[in-house]
Ligand binder design. Structure first.
Ligand SMILES: O=C(O)C1=C[C@@H](OP(=O)(O)O)[C@@H](O)[C@H](O)C1
Ligand SMILES: C=C(OP(=O)(O)O)C(=O)O
Length: 450
């Protein structure tokens, strides 16, 4: 089963004039999934504004409805969820289809754990390849039964929640907000305290939203870069309004575009600047990019700012340390694009998690750079990109059902000598449905049958 079985849509981007304008990218994908999930777990009505209406999030909304919540669209980005409470989910009539979304599927495995119901999780060919054992391991420790799963614990898989969930202390084997969130969401349904330890801090939107909805959660530092999160189970979550700020992972594309197309100057408005999400902006500044936060403010419990970016001449190559990976995990493909135009060799260290995203992003980026004529190599879990200040273009990039690969290479083609072709841009709709009109509105030349 696939929610996205349509024909591939090829595209090409070409050398573009200076990019200009003030733009607003859609709502943050991580916060949007969580807004619908927490709205479902609260008793009463949660009002959401700025929700990302991308396919990943819409699939989460449909899954919440299938579990008993009333999920309604009131207007553009404006949604209302009438929740059923922690432990109040009903068994869905059929399998839940999460399409392309790791976040939706993994968080909702945790969410259903505290309910004595049987639920089947499925997704598209990309999601069916991704590892789910990392979620099943802690959930099994809590008493969840894996009734059925594809080889290696992959989708499609069926879970059955126990009558009484056991709270656990779990040390996550990888820095992953999805593992952390699945354990904490399951912990809501367990009596007593559920503790999650991560050696490297990952994005903290779940912890923030738990507090926002009235759960008791405490966060302490753990080791040099880690955190220990303790949650008191079985709270009554109270509905709370949510305003979703603009997604820094989407803002990354126009920002890098402005840094590689000479003469550009743009502002991206209302971007979330949560420090656990801004590794890319820090790295670009280290490379010499002129990036300024203007009108910094707090909106809906998150820091946001308007981000002004000016073409800054040739960027400098840098070494990106492995401990920065969690705060810029989805941004490495587009950082590789910036690195292609920098002076010297950029080394991005510790990228093993990139191999288990919508595609093997380490390989997909390396092959895409090859197609664009950019010298690069993979050494262990590191990616090295030799910046030449220019790139030939001309080839075709394979996107492997991966929205970020598609958007990153469309950005690269805005500054290559020959146009750069991308085999399929349809998956951009999972996270950034307005990408093409937004980029074209700033002056980007992108040809696609969309
Ligand atoms: O929790 C989240 O919303 C996300 C966590 C990250 O995944 P991992 O937890 O697998 O690192 C990230 O890559 C994904 O896009 C969104
Ligand atoms: C990895 C991503 O998302 P997910 O894990 O939700 O599929 C992403 O959006 O880059």
């Amino acid at each position: 089963m696939s929610s996205h079985a349509s024909a591939p849509v090829p595209a090409a981007s070409r050398l573009s004039p200076a990019l200009k304008g003030r733009v607003r990218v859609p709502g943050d994908k991580s916060v949007s999934h969580r807004a619908l999930i927490f709205g479902t777990l609260a008793v009463g009505e949660t009002h959401i504004t700025g929700l990302l209406e991308g396919e990943d999030v819409l699939n989460t909304g449909r899954a919440c409805a299938a579990l008993g919540a009333t999920v309604e669209r009131l207007g553009e980005g404006e949604w209302r969820v009438n929740g059923v409470g922690v432990g109040g989910l009903t068994e869905p009539a059929g399998p839940l289809d999460f399409g392309n979304a790791g976040t939706g599927s993994r968080l909702m495995m945790g969410m259903v754990a505290g309910n004595p119901i049987t639920v089947t999780f499925d997704g598209d060919a990309s999601l069916r390849r991704r590892p789910m054992r990392r979620i099943l391991d802690p959930l099994e420790k809590m008493g969840v039964q894996v009734i059925e799963a594809a080889e290696g614990g992959r989708l499609p898989l069926t879970l059955k929640g126990p009558r009484e969930l056991v709270p656990i202390t779990y040390e996550s084997p990888v820095a992953s907000a999805q593992i952390k969130s699945a354990v904490l969401l399951a912990g809501l349904g367990a009596p007593g305290e559920t503790v999650l330890i991560e050696a490297e801090a990952s994005r903290d939107h779940t912890e923030r939203m738990l507090t926002h909805f009235g759960a008791q959660v405490s966060v302490e530092p753990y080791g040099a870069h880690g955190r220990k999160v303790t949650l008191k189970g079985r709270p009554e979550l109270k509905p709370a309004p949510i305003h979703v700020p603009a997604d820094p992972s989407s803002a990354a594309f126009p920002i890098v575009a402005a840094l590689i197309v000479p003469g550009s100057e743009i502002v991206v408005e209302g971007v979330m600047t949560n420090p656990l999400r801004t590794g890319l902006f820090i790295t670009l500044k280290e490379m010499g990019a002129e990036i300024a936060y203007e009108n910094a403010r707090v909106e809906g419990g998150e820091n946001v700012a308007d981000i002004r970016v000016k073409y800054s001449g040739r960027l400098r190559a840098v070494e990106v340390p492995p401990e920065r990976a969690p705060s810029m995990i989805d941004e490495y493909p587009v950082l590789a694009v910036a690195a292609a135009f920098a002076e010297g060799t950029t080394r991005m260290r510790g990228l093993s998690e990139l191999r288990v995203k919508e595609s093997d992003r380490l390989l997909a980026v390396s092959k895409g750079l090859d197609a664009a004529g950019v010298v690069n190599r993979i050494e262990g879990d590191d990616l090295l990109v030799e910046g030449a200040g220019s790139a030939a273009g001309g080839g075709t990039v394979e996107t492997h059902m991966d929205h970020r690969i598609a958007m990153s290479f469309l950005v690269l083609g805005l500054a290559t000598a020959k146009p750069l072709n991308v085999d399929d841009v349809s998956f951009i709709a999972t996270s950034f449905p307005s990408f093409l009109p937004l980029m074209r509105g700033m002056g980007a030349v992108i040809e696609a049958a969309l």
